[in-house]
Design a protein around this ligand. Structure first.
Ligand SMILES: [Fe+2]
Length: 299
């Protein structure tokens, strides 16, 4: 999903089966379709013969299912996605230094009631913030936040950090501190977003202001203000797209750009089951470059 804020479900970019002929999509979606159809217990199979293509392996394995009984042995279920409660808009795996580039998931069995998927375009939110809330935009770009995921059962302790809005820093390396006057000049194009309050650790001021009480207080005041603005955006209907996915519908989310979430649900007749996988940002960018060079047709 790469779109500006819109309510219009039909305005979203869509893939048809024939467009899956492109190699960039074929390996991942074919593998996912295979698992969706046959169940996760089927022995894993690499689609491309050289074995270098396919889903990114994460703590959830290569292919995950929100139905924990369908997870491969030894993979983690330490995520709120395995519950029934609502999930606020977030990007996945901010606790990885390089979060996945794509999240691809298929609705296998929707909930009887609720469970609608929610999406938001983080790039549109960031550009809106740049235009209408300059100071908060600056704070969201420069404040490094920390994320963590621990699963003691299967042995994971992941930690990484990054700003909510990752933008080109034109002053990087400049010895002079950036003043309020030059926010506009400082931040260039948006490179990505990283946001998940459910995995986030408390904010820490940068080490160079530790001993300055006023600067520390200003730091916490500024991040609280910026967080409130960002949260407000995430709660506004104009920035949200809500969809009740039908069985078999697959969504591809640009995880470093778009946020996703879920309404709470209630299933009495059968479990709500979603299966999915990730594609690394490096793989994705490699494919884009490769296709742009005219090599993108799958034979
Ligand atoms: Fe998620």
């Amino acid at each position: 999903m790469l779109w500006k804020y819109t309510h219009n479900y039909h305005a979203l970019p869509r893939l048809t089966i024939s467009s899956l002929d492109e190699k960039v999509y074929k390996s991942e979606t074919t593998l996912l379709a295979h698992y969706t159809k046959t169940g996760a217990d089927t022995p894993r199979k690499t689609i491309l013969e050289n074995g270098t293509d396919g889903p990114q392996k994460t703590l959830y394995g290569n292919i995950w299912s929100t139905h924990s009984s369908q997870m491969a042995a030894g993979t983690s279920t330490a995520d709120t996605a395995y519950g029934t409660e609502a999930l606020p808009l977030h990007t996945d795996m901010g606790y990885y230094r390089e979060p996945p580039g794509l999240q691809i998931f298929t609705m296998c069995n929707p909930a009887d009631k609720g469970g609608e998927s929610i999406f938001s375009d983080g790039l549109a939110l960031a550009e809106y913030a740049r235009k209408h809330h300059e100071k908060e935009f600056d704070t969201l770009c420069k404040t490094v936040r920390r994320y963590r995921s621990i699963d003691n059962e299967v042995g994971w302790h992941l930690e990484a950090s990054g700003p909510i809005i990752r933008a080109v820093d034109r002053f990087e390396g400049s010895p002079s501190p950036c003043s309020m006057m030059n926010h506009k000049e400082r931040w260039g194009p948006i490179l990505g977003v990283r946001h998940n309050d459910l995995d986030r650790l408390p904010d820490l001021p940068p080490p160079h202001i530790f001993d300055d009480e006023k600067s520390v207080n200003d730091f916490y005041y500024d991040i609280a203000q910026a967080h409130n603005i960002w949260d407000k955006f995430l709660g506004e209907d104009k920035f949200r797209l809500v969809m009740k996915l039908k069985p078999g519908e697959t969504v591809v989310v640009a995880n470093q750009r778009c946020l996703h979430g879920r309404c709470s649900f209630n299933s009495t007749s059968s479990s709500r089951v979603v299966m999915g996988c990730y594609v690394s940002q490096d793989d994705l960018e490699s494919r884009f470059r490769w296709m742009l060079n005219g090599c993108g047709i799958f034979h």
